[in-house]
Design a protein around this ligand. Structure first.
Ligand SMILES: [Zn+2]
Length: 558
């Protein structure tokens, strides 16, 4: 899935104007597992001051600090492209020749770009390249010899970020006075200005590369991720990084994460044991249970432990048990003072995607992904069963309305209307859910979908998701299964936790829902606001349109 997902626009990108003399620069994709090969920059309002429909080189004014910021990127080996909507061409406000003169002036002031990608169309043209469509991002990645998921786009409005996400690239919003508040709320990554965006891109890139390998060889590494399926899945890249540097990896997980743990590459052995203090509804800490866990961990003879946590969890209670188990080298993220409980105390700014946050901890512990591996979610092929034959051809839409946390679930009434709208648009819809969600899936599927509620475990769901054209889902485990399979996601994302940390990672995504709703950043497990307004206002037609954006060739099960 992942390979053909990278460029569904190949046939349709003839409309994209690239700098002809610089085309075909060949592959630069690094065999090393870096986050980014290239930075894509919006032009007006991002690189230069926005002068509407400017055809005059004399009016080009770079934003403050632009030249130095771009030179930092160039010095770090990143390729640069400009991706810009210029509907003034379609409207006849300036000529192609005038535009090229403007671009020459931009390069005079800001240095050379490796590619220029221009959409000359207007909204009414319905092209695939005008942002927020992802066509320019795919085209830029191709020009630069890399893939969209290894690009980060910097822009000043919501269209820029949406185009990046729809191609599976990262998107940084650098707001200006014209950026709308809802665009700022919806963006997963916001920087105050271009130099700040560049500094954070370079910091994130650096943070997943260890400054030194582990001081001593690691025979057995214990890795820990003790919460739910989604948490375990997003830690997968970091666990693979540890596995690349250790002879044997033992994963300690909780009961809610066990099914996901079974799916992760790089894990040699799993220990399932609840850590009650991690749970949102924590049970009591049983001394006998903790003694038996400590004894079991001690018997592993691990040379190193890497404790992965969410930003609101503490690694320190477990670190104490690991010390009591005799484990000598312990690494974890901790803002709290760890005293002698950690050998490597790592810290991460807020807003970093969970997979990168975990990768940066693995790097602090001396590990990085093997050459040829990518910082993307992956599943073990041998752990995913064949898809049931009775589901028909691939390309259907999976709608997964539920979530373990009801605050992050799609309201059933909305899910029902979405099924109706998708069916009317010609999509085949499979409605999935766990055994305890059967009543909801039956009700939702009655609007025209196939009810698979309770029919699959997590591995079986992964198999169904892998053959989908797209998945429509809230912020919950199946979104990460889709990311692992490279299947595009329409994310009905309740803003209870930051989208930038928990949104589908490195997979084409359209985010829907009210990002500024009052539940924002509450981490509430059940919606604190009557009517679940962050999601209930989604129009089913937005979902249909999102599928068109993500699969413009009409994939989606027609
Ligand atoms: Zn266009």
């Amino acid at each position: 899935m992942r390979q053909d997902q990278e460029d569904p626009y190949q046939r349709r990108s003839a409309q994209v104007y690239a700098a002809a003399d610089r085309a075909g620069s060949g592959s630069v994709a690094s065999p090393r597992a870096v986050l980014y090969d290239a930075v894509l920059l919006d032009r007006d309002g991002t690189l230069i001051e926005d002068v509407p429909y400017n055809g005059d080189p004399e009016k080009v004014r770079p934003v403050p600090g632009a030249r130095a910021a771009l030179d930092h990127l160039r010095a770090a080996g990143l390729r640069l492209a400009v991706v810009t909507n210029q509907s003034g061409l379609a409207r006849g406000y300036f000529t192609g020749e005038q535009m090229r003169a403007v671009h020459a002036r931009v390069e005079e002031l800001l240095g050379r770009f490796d590619a220029w990608l221009v959409c000359p169309h207007d909204d009414a043209d319905g092209c695939d390249c005008r942002k927020p469509a992802p066509g320019l991002v795919y085209a830029a990645a191709r020009e630069l010899g890399t893939t969209a998921s290894r690009c980060v786009l910097v822009g000043d409005i919501g269209r820029d970020v949406a185009a990046a996400l729809a191609a599976g690239a990262a998107g940084v919003l650098v707001p200006t006075p014209v950026t709308r508040p809802e665009e700022i709320a919806a963006a997963g990554w916001v920087a105050t200005d271009l130099p700040a965006a560049v500094a954070e891109i370079l910091r994130r890139q650096q943070a997943v590369q260890p400054s030194a390998p582990p001081t001593e060889p690691v025979r057995t590494a214990l890795v820990v991720r003790s919460d739910s399926a989604g948490d375990v899945l997003v830690t997968g890249p970091a666990i693979r990084a540890v596995a690349a540097g250790a002879e044997r990896v033992v994963l300690l997980c909780g009961p809610r994460g066990r099914a996901a743990a079974n799916l992760l590459p790089g894990v040699d052995e799993i220990i399932e044991h609840p850590l009650p203090w991690i749970d949102p509804a924590p049970g009591p800490v049983d001394p006998q249970s903790m003694r038996s866990l400590t004894a079991r961990l001690g018997a592993l003879g691990a040379d190193q432990a890497v404790v992965f946590t969410s930003f609101h969890q503490s690694a320190l209670p477990l670190a104490l048990l690991l010390r009591m188990a005799g484990i000598g080298r312990i690494a974890a993220i901790s803002d709290d003072y760890p005293g002698s409980l950690l050998d490597i105390r790592h810290r991460v700014p807020v807003g970093v995607p969970e997979p990168e946050r975990a990768l940066s901890l693995a790097a602090a512990a001396g590990h990085r992904l093997a050459d040829g591996d990518e910082p993307v979610l992956r599943l073990r092929r041998d752990a995913v069963p064949p898809r049931p034959a009775d589901l028909g051809d691939p390309g259907y839409v999976v709608l997964h309305p539920g979530s373990a946390a009801s605050s992050r679930a799609c309201p059933p009434e909305l899910a029902t209307r979405i099924v109706g709208a998708l069916t009317d648009a010609g999509h085949r819809v499979l409605v999935t859910g766990g055994p305890d969600e059967r009543a909801v899936t039956a009700r939702v599927a009655a609007a025209g979908g196939t009810d698979l509620g309770g029919r699959t475990d997590l591995a079986g769901l992964a198999a169904i998701v892998a053959d989908a054209g797209a998945v429509v889902v809230g912020n919950t485990g199946p979104a990460h299964l889709a990311a692992a399979a490279g299947v595009p996601v329409v994310s009905l994302f309740a803003p209870t936790v930051p989208f930038g940390q928990w949104g589908p990672y490195r997979v084409p995504t359209v985010r829907l829902g009210d990002a500024a709703a009052p539940c924002r950043d509450t981490r509430a497990a059940s919606c604190p606001v009557p009517g679940h307004p962050c999601l209930s206002g989604v129009d089913p037609d937005e979902v249909v349109a999102a599928l068109r954006t993500l699969a413009p060739s009409g994939g989606g099960g027609r």
